[in-house]
Design a protein around this ligand. Structure first.
Ligand code: SF4
Ligand code: SF4
Length: 442
């Protein structure tokens, strides 16, 4: 197969498969000394990364090697939880010179890029920064596999774990464009009558009311939970209630700040001050609380706060307001030395988090089922990435084949807008194009 180039990565439609969907060819156009493979999956009950790493190790290594060459790195590090002994042994036996394993504690949020870069390299990304600012490129396992195959085929498949209240928790390989309910059915279906879908995980994912929503390049997994589950109840709490209770019940203990992963890295975020702000008008003060630097990990809300308040939501509201006002926190204080003294001993152990979230009743497994999920119909979203939605290149009635380009980002000022093409994931006929989706029927 031909050597992978940035053009191939772009044309194959490779984007960050870990959730963000940032176009990978743009990331790999930067320069770094280290490529870090993010196999640290820390959302409770999700297992996709280590399952794909185990079964697709050669392709992952190939993708890491191609990425190292493209960014000029001389080192690659596989960040994976230390509890996955079998996968670590497999990696150590097969990784070539220049690549190594960094075993990580089973804690949350181990897979956060800022935490992973610190754990793997001891470097602290500054507030508002990205891994490239400290000489690193971080990529998800599935993204590395997609980079490896980009010389020969585009991204048309997705891996995702289906877990929680389902008959058979599993990690599936599915064509992009199947529905969430097809995936849940493939896991044996819900074991409860009132199934709620948490897409992407219980901590940072979203509660998806539409069970026919489509799987795209960034869908990370589905956790099925009943109506009365604490995670679902808290997601459904209205902002007015969050704000009213927060105002009267927050005792300013500061646990939310003391355990905040970004504060522990020396960033100037103090969620307890955001909570305090609920009680008064923060004109001129709002931008110094540092909510801009909240990564929305939800640890403060679902783990740290002894009063079951929602500092994450308060930070998020504040962050959105500052963004809409275009208010910036100029020259924020940055104390990276805090990481060395505080971070190590304040990590949230996964077992305690699972217990606290009421997830212990569910099987914490997700073995990979490698047969591609069969389907007669898919809906391919024209926007599956950060950037501009693709413009369709096909119309209703066209015959298409798996891998064919269906749409491309628009050309603006003679240049392609940020984004990547999208491709057909099955052979078939375009039945319609509506609501930003190309529907294909076999
Ligand atoms: S942990 Fe809870 S009670 Fe304590 S300061 Fe934060 S929001 Fe308030
Ligand atoms: S969600 Fe809470 S713990 Fe996470 S970064 Fe934001 S303030 Fe910190």
């Amino acid at each position: 197969m031909a050597q992978v180039t940035l053009e191939m990565v772009a044309e194959a439609g490779v984007v960050g498969a870990g959730g963000a969907g940032f176009p990978t060819h743009v990331k790999l156009a930067g320069k770094a000394d280290t490529v870090i493979l993010n196999a640290a999956e820390c959302e409770p009950l999700l297992h996709k990364d280590k399952e794909v790493l185990r079964d697709y190790l050669d392709a992952t290594i190939e993708g890491m090697a191609a990425s190292m060459r493209l960014v000029g790195a001389n080192r690659a590090i596989v960040g994976i939880k230390d509890k996955y002994h079998d996968v670590i042994e497999l990696c150590r036996a097969r990784l070539p010179q220049g690549m190594e394993v960094c075993p990580l504690r089973d804690a949350y949020p181990a897979g956060d890029e800022f935490i992973l870069v610190y754990d793997a390299l001891g470097r602290v990304i500054p507030p508002g920064g990205i891994p490239l600012h400290v000489g690193a490129v971080v990529m998800n396992v599935e993204t590395a596999v997609n980079v490896a195959i980009s010389a020969g085929q585009p991204v048309t498949e997705k891996f995702l774990t289906i877990a929680g209240a389902v008959a058979e928790p599993v990690t599936l390989r599915v064509p992009i464009g199947v529905t969430l309910s097809q995936c849940v059915a493939a896991a044996g279906g819900p074991t409860i009558p009132d199934a709620n879908y948490m897409v992407g995980g219980v901590m940072m994912g979203t509660l998806q009311a539409d069970h026919e929503a489509l799987v795209d390049k960034t869908t990370g997994g589905v956790i099925v939970l009943p109506n009365d589950h604490t995670v679902i109840r808290r997601r459904q709490q209205p902002w007015k209630e969050i704000s009213r209770i927060g105002q009267s019940a927050c005792d300013q203990c500061s646990f939310c700040t003391e355990l905040c992963p970004r504060w522990l890295l020396g960033h100037p975020i103090e969620p307890h001050k955001a909570m305090r702000s609920l009680g008064f008008n923060m004109v001129g003060e709002a931008n110094t609380i540092g909510t801009n630097f909240c990564c929305e990990c939800n640890l403060c809300t679902l783990y740290s706060c002894p009063e079951d308040l929602d500092p994450k939501q308060v930070c998020t509201q504040n962050k959105r307001r500052l963004a809409s006002e275009k208010t910036k926190y100029e020259n924020p204080p940055f104390l990276p030395e805090r990481a060395a003294t505080h971070l190590r001993n304040r990590k949230a152990p996964m077992a305690r988090l699972i217990q606290k979230l009421g997830l212990k009743q569910f099987r914490n497994v997700g073995p990979l089922r490698n047969d591609l999920l069969p389907t007669d119909k898919v809906g391919i979203k024209l926007k599956q990435h950060i950037g501009a939605p693709c413009e369709p290149l096909v119309q209703a009635g066209d015959r298409v084949t798996k891998g064919q380009v269906l749409g491309r980002p628009p050309v603006q000022g003679g240049k392609s807008a940020l984004g990547t093409p999208v491709h057909a994931s099955i052979d078939g006929t375009v039945s319609s194009i509506s609501g930003g989706v190309v529907w294909i029927q076999k």
